[in-house]
Design a protein around this ligand. Structure first.
Ligand code: THG
Length: 266
């Protein structure tokens, strides 16, 4: 299981305010909190600051790297912002790029960055026809993505397919479609990974935490092995450590026990 900490995102009010006054100490505290909570990567996203995105991306990467040595996941809809963040990263680890998709323009513009930075790549199940509707749509788009990336020399092990989670509030089938898609794609490509922005599932509904917590386990049961989420949520982290052990992915329950000793979950 790989955890990508989602908290450094300017769509969050506190982060946006800290960015506006360039409050490095606050950003650095959020980075340290996520690292101590067990994050493997830190997502860096300022995509909603369109005009200033490049400058803010550089500042965030620089600010975070002063206090944290875990790998960064550079998250932007804009290729220039991805490049601006990637070129500042500490050498010595494989960064993650979030993301490319099967949209022709997006695929061709982000692919050179994947190669240049030897990055792990999150590949979104979206193509020029738009958002996927069914599990079959997701399988078709994922198949295109994995084959196209493989042709360009990207190893299956470095591909993280994001099946694209849509809010359950906008369609009764939006949970099940994703669960079916994970299982179908996993069967076809046993070596790839999956990731997703988990909290999309509960958008627009009350008591979001219970939906997020159950969906985490359902998706893991189908083969999800990486999440973009808030790692300081100890109840969520406990659910993940427990599910991992129960699914036979944690030899001698050692990760479960270690995280327990460190007090990482409730
Ligand atoms: N897939 C991929 N990348 C992604 C997403 C995805 N990156 C961005 C996003 N989705 C995941 N990251 C976040 C970061 C913060 C929040 C949600 C997702 C968050 N949301 C608050 C909430 O849900 O209540 C609202 C914001 C606030 O706090 O004001 O915190 O799907 N590949």
């Amino acid at each position: 299981m790989l955890i990508i900490g989602e908290l450094i995102n300017t769509s969050r009010k506190l982060i946006r305010e800290a960015v506006e006054i360039r409050d490095a100490a606050y950003i650095q505290q959020v980075a340290k909190d996520q690292q101590e909570a067990g994050a493997d990567y830190l997502d860096i996203n300022c995509g909603n600051l369109v005009e200033q995105e490049l400058e803010v991306m550089k500042w965030l990467v620089d600010t975070v790297q002063q206090v944290s040595d875990i790998p960064l996941c550079i998250d932007s809809p804009d290729e220039a912002a991805l490049q601006a963040g990637l070129c500042l990263l500490n050498p010595g680890y494989r960064p993650m790029i979030n993301s490319l998709s099967a949209e022709e323009k997006r695929f061709t513009s982000v692919l050179p960055l994947v190669k240049k930075y030897k990055a792990k790549i999150i590949a979104l199940c979206i193509d020029d026809e738009g958002m996927p509707k069914t599990a079959e749509d997701r399988l078709r788009i994922a198949t295109f993505l994995v084959n196209a990336l493989e042709k360009e020399g990207v190893s299956h092990k470095d591909i993280y397919i994001d099946p694209l989670i849509k809010p359950l509030s906008t369609g009764d089938g939006h949970g099940l479609e994703v669960l079916q898609a994970i299982s179908m794609i996993r069967e076809k490509f046993p070596e790839i990974s999956f990731t997703c922005g988990l909290s999309n599932i509960s958008y627009g509904l009350p008591n979001r935490a219970v939906l997020n917590r159950l969906f985490v386990v359902q998706a893991m049961t189908m083969g999800m092995d990486c999440y973009i989420l808030n790692p300081t949520d100890k109840v969520m982290m406990g659910t993940i450590y427990a599910a991992q052990a129960l699914l036979g992915k944690d030899k001698y329950c050692s990760k479960y026990l270690k995280a327990h000793r460190k007090g990482l979950y409730a």
